[in-house]
Design a protein around this ligand. Sequence first.
Ligand SMILES: Cc1ncc(COP(=O)(O)O)c(C=O)c1O
Length: 491
Amino acid sequence: MKKFTQASWDEPLIKELSRPGRVGNEVPSDPAVRSKFKDPAALVPESMRRASVNLPELSELQVLRHFNRLSQMNFSVELGMYPLGSCTMKYNPKVSEMIASSDSMKGAHPLQPPETVQGILSIFYDLERALSEVTGMHRFSLSTAAGAQGELAGVLMIRKYLRDHEGGARDEILVPDSAHGTNPASAAMAGFRVVKVPSEPDGQVRASKVKELASEKTAGMMFTVPNTLGLFEGEVKEVCDAVHGAGGLMYYDGANMNALLGRARPGDMGFDVVHLNLHKTFATPHGGGGPGAGPVGATRKLTDYLPVPVVTKGKGGYSLDYGLRRSIGPLKGFVGNSAVLLRAYVYIRLLGASGLKDVSSMAVLAANYLWKSLDPEAYPASHGKELLRKHEAVVSVKGELPGTAMTVAKAVLDLGMHAPTVYFPLIVHEALMIEPTESEPEEMLDEYAAALNDIYAKLKDGSLGVVPRNTSVGRVDEVKASHPLTLKVHW
Ligand SMILES: Cc1ncc(COP(=O)(O)O)c(C=O)c1O
C-alpha cells in the first residue's frame, strides 16, 4: 500500500494517481450552466473539441497534495543549511526577492529607450561603482552571466591587451593546482596553454615557484584568494610581483570574496582583472551556472577592454555604452541578468559598508567554528592545520578506501541535510568542502558537525549500513551527467 500522507520515496506519478471520471473543476452554481455539465463537452465550441487528451483525472485536492509532496522532496537554503563549498548558495533575503519581482522590474524591456528606464540604469551604475569600491578596481562590466563567463571575459581581455601592446607571443597562463576547474577551462577556451602551478604542502602557492614558471611566454596568472582550500594565500603580493616582473597580468578569481568583504581588496594586492560570483558573495540565486551574474572588473589600464555594454552617466542621464574602444565585445545580451544584478544591489544597500564587513567576519567565524567542531581524527585537515580558515574548510575523510567521502555525503542526505561538496579540490584525498556562510546560527553549525561526527563513528564501527536510505532515489550514476558529453564550440 502506498503512503499518501507524507513526502515519501515512492511518490507515484500523477498519471498513476488518475482514476477515470474523477474531476478537479468546480461546477458553477448557475442552473443554466449546471445543466450543460451533464455534457461538459457542450461548453466547448465543436471546432475545438478533441476526442481524447489523455490527461490524468484527479480531484483538486489530490493534485494539490501530489505537488506539495513533491516540493517537500526538494531541498533549499530555506529548509536547512546548504554548505556546498565553492558553489555555496547563501540565503537570499526576502526583501531582495520582493523588489526583484516587482511589477516595475518585471515590466521593463531591454529594448526600451534609455530615458524610460533611468531608474534601473541608475541602480546598475551604482552597483558597478559599489563593486569597483569593494574590489579596488576602476570599472566593472555587469553583463557576464556566471563566474565561468566572467573568467572567460577576463582572460580574453588579457589576451587582447597583450596583443595590442606587444603582439601575440605570450600564450601561457599559470593556474594553481588548487584552482576551480573553470580556471584552466577558461584559459584554454581563450586559446592559452595552461601551466599548472603546484601548491606546497601547506596548501599555498609560493612566489619562488611562480618565478620559476613565469617567462616571456606568460600572458598572466589566474589566482584564487582565499584559495579553494579556504586559505588566504600568504604570498599573494609577491606572486603578483613575480608575474608582473615577467610581463604578465594577474587575474583574480573572486568567487571567494565573501571572506574578504570590507577587509582586503584585490586591486590593492596587485591584480589587474577580477570577476565576482554575485551568488557567493552578494546573495543572489545561482541556478546551476546560470542565469546568474559574474561581473568583471578591471584596473584603469584594462578598462577599455571590458565586455560591452557598460553603464555610463552623461549629461543626458544614464545609458548603456557599447562604445568602449578596445572592448572584447559583448558576451551576453544587454546588461546581463538584470533581476540578479538588482538583488545584489539591494543586498549591498541593505548592509552598507559596515554590514558587508560584518558578513566577512561572520562567514570566517562560522567556517572556523564548524571546522573546529569536527572530530580531527575522523576529518583531518588536509593542508595548513595551523592556519585560520577563511570562507570554507576542506577536510579529508580518514580511511584508505576510495569512495568514503561519497558515503559520508550520502549519509548526510539521509538525515535531511544538504551534503558538503565532495572530491574538490582535486589535490585533497577524499575531500569534503564545507562552506556554511555567515547566515547560519550556532545551533545549526553544532547540529551539522554532530551529524558528521556521528556518521564517521558509525562508518568506523560498521553500523552505518547502506546509504542513502531515506531519499527519493538511491545512488545515482554521478558521472553520467557529464560523461559522455558532446560539446561543440562555435567561434
Ligand atoms: C573558486 C571558483 N571559481 C569559479 C567558479 C565558477 O563560478 P560559476 O559556477 O558561477 O560559473 C566557482 C564556482 O562557484 C568557484 O568556486
